[in-house]
Design a binder for this molecule. Structure first.
Ligand code: AMP
Ligand code: ZN
Length: 472
């Protein structure tokens, strides 16, 4: 364990000390959501993990400039630069304009951030606000001889011209050459080449398109991140984050679009968050089968209980989602708050033991500095609460440190949770069962459970922000 922050750096394939480019400001870029649908709880796990990084950096005394993009154009249904634009498809399905769809899901995403207590970035950066910068970057790549044109299709990046293309993903070049030929775009020189700019099809009017030196069209998905990161963070950045699915393609492409032009190492540390997986093996936004935070809320789960659930496993481990384990996490979270409330009452006339508090703080810092070990930080919290050699006031005083790092809002939740706690366990269980019945569209059962709840003396109201339970 280390006094200073150590992080796993994907590109070095090991845990290394974090040394910022400048002590004044740590620059972080994170790939944001494609806003054609709600974020699923897997996406949100990734942002909770990134928030852990942001909080750990702040705890270590760093100032941060943190940019997250909003992908509102250019992400096609196929990873092979073919298929339809996800945004256009969603707009057609919802009978709305693309801009309305983008706004709706961007707002929903930001709302999820707030409910999960995820720190807002310094800047939200929208792809459609940076079309000029993306065109400029494509021009530079073309001038540097790294791009080629496919007639009636677009401008493509020639990945075999960048000798370090596989450095991040570790792909074997022969493997890349051979590649699977399914969906192989006609005219592409290598399987790993990717679109920088796509020209609009002649037989179909696109809703989103812009003039460019290559004709009316729209940017490829990968170019937006490089262009926006260069604009807002400069030619060298400290940390770039995303999910593990981005390592081999999206992030390798992002590097290829920058380093041959700047001749500098673009990103010092790559942080990749492992996936949340469901029974089907993958939670996927494009198949439309996924769980959202609002669905969890409608089933009676607290957003912070989901955060607690995520923090219980390391960001580099896969997390298998099940309602049983989420139930256990919610009980653990509510139980923790209940324990803290008893402790608060106990702490009334006790002085904080300052030296012990400093030692506790030091211990927490060491744990989190070991590659953001959130589960061990939580385990330490539970051990501390049982430690009779530390008085209740000191324990309560240490919660600020846990809150600063884990963002579980323990101190605030002590107040909020009161309402939930007063409801008997039997009623809470029935509320969960009713939500389940509703989600399965079994309204007869849902209504009969509501009556049972009423007989026990409680009324429930379905509200936009969740279920309200009150004595009736
Ligand atoms: P997207 O909106 O699909 O571009 O994804 C937003 C972020 O969520 C990216 O950083 C992805 O790598 C990440 N992500 C996608 N699926 C999952 C998942 N099942 N578990 C964790 N992170 C994911
Ligand atoms: Zn990106």
């Amino acid at each position: 364990m280390s006094e200073t922050l150590e992080l796993y750096n994907t590109i070095e394939r090991k845990i290394v000390p974090f040394i910022p480019l400048s002590n004044q400001l740590v620059k972080i870029y994170a790939c944001g959501p494609t806003v054609y649908n709600y974020a699923h709880i897997g996406n949100l796990r990734t942002y909770i993990n990134q928030d852990l990084l942001v909080r750990a950096l702040k705890f270590n005394g760093f100032k941060i400039k943190h940019v997250i993009n909003i992908t509102d154009v250019g992400h096609l249904t196929s990873d092979e630069d073919s298929g339809d634009d996800k945004m256009e498809l969603s707009a057609a399905k919802e009978g709305a304009t693309i801009w309305e769809v983008a706004q709706k899901y961007t707002d929903a995403f930001m709302n999820d951030f707030q409910e999960l207590n995820i720190t807002k970035p310094t800047l939200w950066s929208k792809a459609t606000d940076h079309i000029d910068e993306q065109i400029e970057l494509v021009k530079r790549l073309e001038e540097a001889g790294l791009a080629y044109k496919i007639e009636n299709d677009g401008i493509y990046y020639d990945t075999f011209k960048f000798k370090d293309y596989n450095r991040l993903g570790g792909q074997n070049l022969e493997e890349l050459k051979a590649g699977a030929r399914i969906n192989f775009t006609e005219g592409k020189k290598n399987i790993s080449d990717f679109a920088l700019w796509k020209v609009s099809p002649q037989n179909k009017k696109r809703l989103m398109q812009w003039p460019s030196p290559w004709g009316m069209g729209f940017p490829g998905w990968h170019i937006e991140c490089s262009a926006m990161a260069l604009k807002h963070l400069g030619e060298e950045i400290d940390i770039h984050c995303g999910g593990v699915d981005h390592i081999k393609i999206h992030h390798s492409n992002e590097i290829a679009q920058v380093e041959p032009l700047t001749k500098k190492r673009w990103v010092r540390y790559w942080m990749h968050s492992e996936f949340l997986i469901d029974q089907s093996g993958k939670m996927s936004k494009s198949t439309g089968e996924f769980l959202t935070l609002s669905l969890l809320k409608s089933k009676g789960y607290l957003p912070l209980a989901y955060r607690f659930y995520c923090l219980g496993s390391h960001y580099r481990s896969k997390l298998n989602f099940s309602y049983e384990s989420l139930d256990a996490a919610q009980q653990g979270y509510i139980g923790l708050i209940a324990k803290l409330r008893r402790l608060m009452a106990e702490s009334k006339d006790l002085q904080v033991e300052n030296e012990k508090l400093i030692a506790i703080r030091g211990k927490i810092k060491k744990i989190i500095n070991n590659d953001l070990n959130s589960s061990e930080t939580l385990a330490y919290l539970f051990t501390l609460l049982k430690d009779y050699s530390v008085n209740a006031s000191t324990k309560i005083a240490s919660l600020d440190v846990f809150d600063a790092l884990l963002g579980l809002d323990l101190v605030e939740s002590l107040k909020k949770i009161e309402k939930i706690e007063k409801v008997p366990e039997e009623v809470r269980q029935l509320v969960l069962e009713r939500s389940k019945a509703k989600s399965e569209k079994n309204f007869v059962r849902a209504d009969s459970i509501r009556l049972k709840i009423k007989e026990l003396g409680y009324l429930i109201e379905d509200r936009k922000e969740g279920i309200k339970i009150k004595k009736g």
